[in-house]
Design a protein around this ligand. Structure first.
Ligand code: ADP
Length: 154
């Protein structure tokens, strides 16, 4: 069986924290699908097409990573793509509690899909897209926190 993992998120915008999780996981799975959430209810700072292109460019050097748009439930997306793993990153206790609840619910919905958690590198433990968005709204320099290919002021 080919080991396919889905890494779902808003990526508004993608950060070095996300990037690092995917690069490490790319060594563990045969294929990773980075699934960029469509989020019809939640408004994002950056439009879907921009978030998608940044994610795609970030991993263009990794042959076993591809980028897709995620609409609907992650678990249904997994089924459609024959993915048996959901990949998530963990920074702190709050992430852990949240991820545990989601993982339990997903397991109830589809027992064949396993959630795999990777600890954030200590360097990126305080990094979140939410904080990055606040800095961007105030025109701060976020370049050190984002993948090299992402220029939010271009
Ligand atoms: P969501 O909007 O669903 O919270 P995000 O796009 O913020 O999704 O994050 C997607 C995944 O990346 C989540 O598993 C989240 O915990 C993880 N993540 C976000 N920031 C970091 C970071 N700095 N280090 C490691 N993992 C992270």
């Amino acid at each position: 069986m080919k080991k396919v993992a889905v890494f779902p998120g808003s990526f508004d915008p993608i950060t070095r924290g996300h990037e690092e999780i995917v690069r490490r996981a790319a060594l563990l799975f045969d294929e990773i699908i980075v699934a960029v959430g469509r989020n019809t209810s939640k408004t994002t700072l950056f439009p879907e097409s921009v978030r998608f292109e940044w994610v795609k460019k970030t991993f263009s050097d990794l042959p076993n990573v591809r980028t897709e748009v995620l609409e609907g439930l992650t678990i249904d997306f997994c089924k459609r793509n024959e993915a048996h793993f959901i990949l998530r990153g963990i920074r702190n206790g709050a992430d852990f509690e949240y991820e545990r609840s989601i993982a339990h619910m997903n397991k109830q919905l589809h027992a064949d899909v396993e959630t795999v958690l990777l600890y954030s590198d200590s360097k990126w433990i305080s990094l979140s897209s939410t904080i990055i968005r606040e800095i961007i709204k105030n025109k701060g320099d976020v370049s050190q926190f984002l993948p090299d290919v992402v220029d939010v002021y271009a």
